[in-house]
Design a protein around this ligand. Structure first.
Ligand SMILES: [Zn+2]
Length: 567
């Protein structure tokens, strides 16, 4: 490809409002353009990256026996009503009506279509297992699209589905996908962690996410550097804390809870400082109103935060009580609420178990020292945010928190879709069973964005070789110089014949502009044809750093191959 004829509209300025490096660089390097919030055009260089990612994914899916087909984006609402997701998913689902007034859906994943197909085409255990995939545009009405390709409303995803006779067979399909995913991310040059995740709206039991570490990520995980435990913070649990030593309270409170005057001290930090104790010696108590269970008292340790998602899984939708509701329930304003003597049910975090704490006295300007958690907590649950410094539930080492980009996910759906949609098979004895399903997704543009987040410097992108828009960026320092131009043309043809993908920058622009564009676009190997062209000597420069050196033009194909292998 010749740059003089290639649409590569690089720009100097970061796009307005862009925070993520991938957003800034992919716009500046001329890879993408935003049509509307969360909706992007892929320009030629950006689309080349997507095509390469797609090729890697397709190869690895085919290598595990997964069959490619294509499911439509436009779905009748009927199948989404059968699966229950029409009702269960909120405004993220694009809903529309056709000209006859029939409800339709723009699909965000394809469990419904796959199950519909399975119900019609799969009849016998002899046909199982089946692995099906497609690479298709998805639509999702994100509330706050942002960060370039990281949170969008239209995206391209590979989603695959496994159909099996039972859970043991599903585990085998799941393991095959897991191995294929490891190879896909490795080949695309994206480092990932496989973490336990919350199946959420996909339903089912076991689920894992593939998370690419990046400061720009919107998800957070914790992992254990010692044993490899890793989980989304939505699901992460921490190992048990040693119950606070009885001596802590004994030294301060003696027998039973004792009132202590804490004038105007409402926050954990204020109370801890005033009493000269650590925040973890305090019990933080909140009044919440659950739709299902009414007002509740929820307690976590003073140094911990309530995880709203975890509480929601236990009590359903809830909200924090208003100050008036707190006074009505506890007889005191927020800041002095405690669990002793309350008439509300008390839910406590597991880390409180067996401990003695200082908490609100339900009396203005007073706290209680020496509250035995076991005497006041009615139900213990895992309720808190687990993060940096918490203990690993598997091996007790310190957990590390990390921001990540979700680039893939795998779910054991079980019979969540096959049961309501009637996808069954007959076993050897002729008995009918629900098909056991799995679902596996990978976002192509998320991989591209994660690769940029993980591989860039202050000058631009440093693409992993396998997904770079071109392998070689061949620059002519002075395109108007016939000697330089002739050697560049010759090398362009030679490299092309050797099977390399080359972008030849033959534009009559200043060398500075061309070097800047090459660094911005980030092809892994740069070759510069300059003032030593008459001697048939060129310069080779790996984009990601490493030795830049002059070499004879004749040795270029071998040197490029070596540089790509090393990149
Ligand atoms: Zn561990």
């Amino acid at each position: 490809m010749r740059a003089s004829q290639f649409l590569l509209p690089t720009v100097k300025e970061d796009p307005a409002g862009a925070e993520a490096a991938s957003h800034k660089l992919m716009v500046r390097a001329g890879l993408i353009r935003q049509l509307a919030a969360g909706i992007y055009v892929f320009l030629p260089a950006g689309w080349r990256v997507m095509r390469k990612i797609e090729a890697v994914i397709r190869e690895e899916m085919e290598s595990i026996g997964c069959q490619e087909m294509l499911y439509p984006v436009l779905n009748p609402a009927e199948i989404w009503q059968q699966s229950g997701r029409w009702q269960a998913i909120g405004d993220e689902l694009f809903r529309l009506k056709d000209r006859k007034g029939t409800d339709m859906v723009l699909a965000m994943t394809h469990e419904e279509v796959v199950t519909w197909l399975a119900a019609r085409e799969i009849h016998s255990y002899r046909q199982l297992p089946q692995l099906w995939f497609h690479i298709q545009t998805k639509e999702r009405d994100e509330a706050r699209p942002k960060s370039g390709l990281l949170r969008v409303r239209e995206f391209i995803m590979k989603d695959s589905y496994s159909l099996d006779t039972d859970f043991e067979a599903l585990q085998r399909s799941y393991d095959r996908h897991s191995a294929a995913y490891d190879r896909i991310f490795a080949r695309c040059g994206v480092s990932v962690r496989r973490v336990l995740s919350d199946p959420g709206m996909m339903g089912g039991n076991i689920a894992h996410e593939y998370m690419a570490p990046s400061e720009a990520g919107e998800d957070e995980i914790v992992f254990c550097p010692k044993c490899g435990y890793a989980a989304n913070v939505e699901l992460a649990v921490a190992g048990p804390e040693p119950a606070l030593a009885a001596s802590v309270a004994a030294g301060r409170g003696g027998e039973g809870p004792r009132e202590i005057h804490t004038p105007g001290r409402r926050t954990i930090d204020d109370v801890a400082a005033f009493l000269d104790i650590a925040p973890h010696e305090l019990m933080k108590t909140l009044v919440v109103v659950s739709e299902q269970r009414g007002p509740l008292l929820v307690a976590v340790r003073g140094d911990h935060e309530l995880h709203e998602g975890k509480l929601r899984r236990i009590v359903g939708e809830f909200r924090l009580a208003t100050p008036d509701e707190v006074v009505a329930a506890q007889g005191v304003a927020p800041g002095f609420v405690g669990p002793v003597g309350t008439s509300l049910p008390v839910l406590g975090d597991e880390s409180l178990r067996g401990g003695l704490f200082t908490g609100g006295a339900n009396k203005a300007d007073y706290h209680l020292v020496g509250i035995a958690a076991d005497a006041v907590v009615g139900e213990y649950h895992d309720l808190r945010v687990v993060g940096d410094g918490d203990r690993c539930p598997e091996c007790d080492a310190g957990l590390v928190g990390e921001r990540v980009i979700e680039v893939g996910n795998i779910f054991q759906l079980g019979t969540k879709y096959s049961k309501p949609m009637g996808a069954t098979y007959l076993d050897e004895q002729g008995a009918e069973h629900d098909i056991v399903m799995g679902s596996y997704g990978i976002g192509l543009s998320r991989i591209a964005a994660a690769a940029v987040e993980q591989h860039h410097d202050e000058h631009g992108i440093c693409w992993p070789a396998a997904i770079a828009p071109f392998q070689v960026h061949l620059l002519v320092v002075r395109a108007a110089d016939p000697v330089q131009a002739a050697l560049a043309d010759e090398l362009y043809a030679t490299l092309d014949e050797c099977g390399f993908e080359v972008l030849l920058d033959d534009r009559e622009l200043s060398p500075g502009v061309k070097f800047k564009d090459a660094d911005l676009l980030g092809c892994p190997v740069q070759v510069v044809v300059g003032k030593r062209a008459a001697e048939r000597v060129v310069e080779l420069k790996p984009r990601a750093g490493g030795e830049r050196r002059d070499l004879a033009a004749a040795g270029l194909p071998a040197a490029v191959a070596a540089a790509l292998a090393a990149s």
